[in-house]
Design a protein. Sequence first.
Length: 583
Amino acid sequence: MSGTARMLRNPLWLTVTVVLIWVIGTFLILPNVTLLGQVFADDTGTLTLRAFERLFSSERAVESLWNSVLLAAILSVTVNVVGIFLVLVTRFYAIRGARFLWLGYASTLVCGGIVLVFGYKQVYGPTGAVTRLVQQIFPDLDPNWFSGMFAVVVVMTFASTGNHLLFLAAAIAKIDLQTIEAARMMGAGDVQILRRIVLPVLSPMIFAITILTFLGGLGALAAPQVLGGRDFQTVTPMILAFATTSTSRDLAATLAILLGAVTIALLAVLNRVERGGVYFSVSKVPTPLEKQRFGNRVLDIVVHVLAYALFVVYVLPPALVFVYSFTDARSINSGTIEFSSFTFENYIAVFTTQRGLQPLLVSVAYGLVTSVVVLVLMLFTARMVQRQRNALTRIVEYLLHIPWFLPSTMIALGLILTFNVPQPSVLGTVLTGTFWILAIAYIVGKIPFTFRLLKAAFAGVPDNLEEAASMLGASQLYTFRRILLPLIAPTAAAISALNFTSLLDDYDSAIFLSHPLLQPLGIVIKNATSSESISDGTALTYVYTVLIMTISTLVLWAVYGRRPRRRRIPTGAASTSEGKASP
């Protein structure tokens, strides 16, 4: 009997497999097939390339595609330059106040996406504090100076360095101190050590982060839409513009397919380049790294100045948003902050009125539904794939990674086109325009991340615990609930928390799929960035931004900041190891 047949004889794995086939077929494969049909087939079902002809005849559409590639290429350089510098001054070099600097640089971990774009526009936009201050010195300054490609690159550069702080900082700890000291004894300077020793060791992680940065720039939506203006339009805002009317949805689908094809092609090329690289460390007996002091006094001063200048750039947007959340609309519009203008009315309005509380509750509801559903589904899926290695589980594993290879825009558009009409797989229900269509998009988008981490967590659980429970007569569901689940509970809780906070200010999927009467915080914050002046209603956006940053900070502290507890084998596992099966 084959491994697949043996697995399907188990009621638990059979149930999980049936649910997975429905989820994958209905929400991963069917929307993409529908999207392809929208582009390559006409109303009679005949193969056609008319959508491509219409698309390439549009100068704006072609220009937006090239702008996206250009933005991604520029960000691959700027983000790495800034991100590597941040890690070096906080982890490698002896910089005064390095921990304080790290806290400022880490502000993008709790203030990203549309929230960060909103913060930068309130600082450098037409009514921003910095713009008003500079206009007092240079009255002829254009109030819309912070726009176009320059503004998009600046915001996305500083918004995308979080991966460096989280991952590159861990990689830099692997650098061998003996190698650096030997290089100094041989007369190598600071720049030569950095170029010949430090960067080669960091190259694999830098390359991985570069891929993520390139893909992020390729599918960027919030920053180009808010700050790009008419002179710098990228492909994702163009897809949104085409998707708003039924006559141009085929163009939106064509652009989405092109974006997905470019993404897959670039991933293949970059992975091939990475495999062809040679990365090694010359030390066989590594010594823990100690922070290095500059041998050049002038270089030391320059690096300190740059480090604290970047600290101001990182901290200023969230700091001003926090201050403005306690002021009225008149003070925000005028750019003047006086003690008499401070008030708690904005916070009171958010928590005591329906208009103020509804966007927060909608985002929290989406976050909770998504984090719970995807966790429950992937808990059983990850365990089945990790334990039952056969042809079916390998196919399932590959299919679950579809959302990683396709931009969120393509997934959202596929869901719109698919569930705009009754579908038998969802009992003939029309989902487009309902609360559930956005929840489905969120769940689909979080499947690969949740699956990979849970699979890794299950791989660290000793197999003898499950085998002992089975020999003592415990059912698989009981073993999973009483033995396996407690062991991977910390990882599962961390994944759920990260999934929840990442959706609080989501804008990319919400702008396509949100219900018009149940709009989440991402849409509300985006609408505030479109206002020429701040009213009492849009002033509530500052409170939403502060709440998102607070919740994200608490979650990051819970996941990364606390000391790990010693792993304790749960009672069920202990009883099986003693030869007694729990009832």
